[in-house]
Design a protein around this ligand. Sequence first.
Ligand code: AMP
Ligand code: MG
Length: 488
Amino acid sequence: MPFTLRGDDVCQPTPPTPISDPYWVALSPSVAELIGVELGDQGKPRNPEWLDVLAGNRLDVGGLAFSYPVSTVYSGHQFGVWAGQLGDGRAILLGDINGLELQLKGAGKTRYSRMGDGRAVLRSSIREFLCSEAMHALGIPTSRALAVVGSKQTVIRETIETAAVCSRTAPSFIRVGHFEHFASQQNLTRLKELADLLMNKFYPECLSDKDPYLSLFKEISSRNAKLVAQWQSVGFCHGVLNSDNISALGLTIDYGPFGFLDQFEIDHICNHSDHGGRYAYHRQPQIMHWNMACLASAMLPLLELDHSLEESQDLLRSALEEFPLEYAKEWQQAFRLKLGLQSEQDGDIQLIERLLQAMHDSKVDFTSFFRKLGNLKKDSKPIEILQRNEFIDRVNIDEWFSDYIGRLQLELLDDQSRKVLMNRMNPKYILRNHLAQVAIEKAQQNDFSEVDTLLKILSKPFDEQEAFEDYSKPPPSDMYRVAVSCSS
Ligand code: AMP
Ligand code: MG
């Protein structure tokens, strides 16, 4: 299995704790296919034992046996402060299938549960399930979700809720926090094993580099720089960018109080517990950079195997300086394409920034604005563009549209071809909080149809889906601030 490090100081054998009366809430057919789970007519696994496996009630199905379920130890920085040892407090790694790790989230206590109950509520499990699949369909690297299994069993949060288990997969769930753990323990042997494992399985190109560990650091950092640029381009806010929630493969992992922007507010905070706004939308790039600095200091002893301390620090420091450059390059390219600009021209960045400032000032809906922008023509007149009505300062936006149209005229593509490309960058459908909320409330009444409908819509976020036009719309005014509880 991918997590091949073994030993008490790395992971603990952790059989899931059975849950009472499990039932299907949701299942992703494409992930089922990825891991080779055959589905029957009802869209559920042909072998009914899968329900018990994904509930944490049994460890074998057909010829497959998960004989060594484990939880792993990691440490990390939470909200900028060293939190010491954490670990999989409610995630159990069952094993791997087809090169993917299969984890059960909410399947009971582990050695690392600390004060927690090891469970997850139905609400947060549905949100993780839908968002993982939505992000994947948006083309953003992420862990995937196989299923949500519900139960009558209750758990206590702010109120009493029912428990659920979300099964999720990724090539590996190794995090920055795993590095930080072994570094804090000054356990160079484990640190090296972890880095070697990652290179052997996922970054083989680093092995032939003259400085493999530096190269590994650069690759991880580069993937995460690209990842945040992608988040920004679809208005995704992760909510809890603690170093233990940052993937060593550059995947979006550990969905909690995340949120997609409705109205564009650059400093939007999706996590209601994040009072200082550390993880606000506009801070995500800088915070990811900070997390890469955590990774760099954790990897320092690895560089010292070949270099002096000072040399190692210099090498990592300059590698870290590449992050903002790489991020900026990706961000600029993503937003150019959102505007339908295939070529690079002087003034493009100012054009993008002026638009975002105007959208922020008028709280314009992020997703639908960009989607509709594709309808513009090279000969449109600013005054006739309906979207101008979404802005308070019409003089300013007319000037912007005029400059934008001028800029479009430098593009070779005709209006229709540009629109086609823009529609591949500007999704029509995202997992808006109010949509998730409706699906959750129905599911809490044992009606899972809305979860299924959302899964279907969000798996084709760039397509026009006429029957589901309403799902593309901004929330009604009374649902703008759906409270996303962080207790999950
Ligand atoms: P998160 O912010 O959700 O990534 O969680 C931070 C840490 O708390 C991780 O080590 C989790 O495993 C742990 N944790 C969160 N919720 C629970 C829970 N209900 N029971 C046990 N551990 C938990
Ligand atoms: Mg986490």
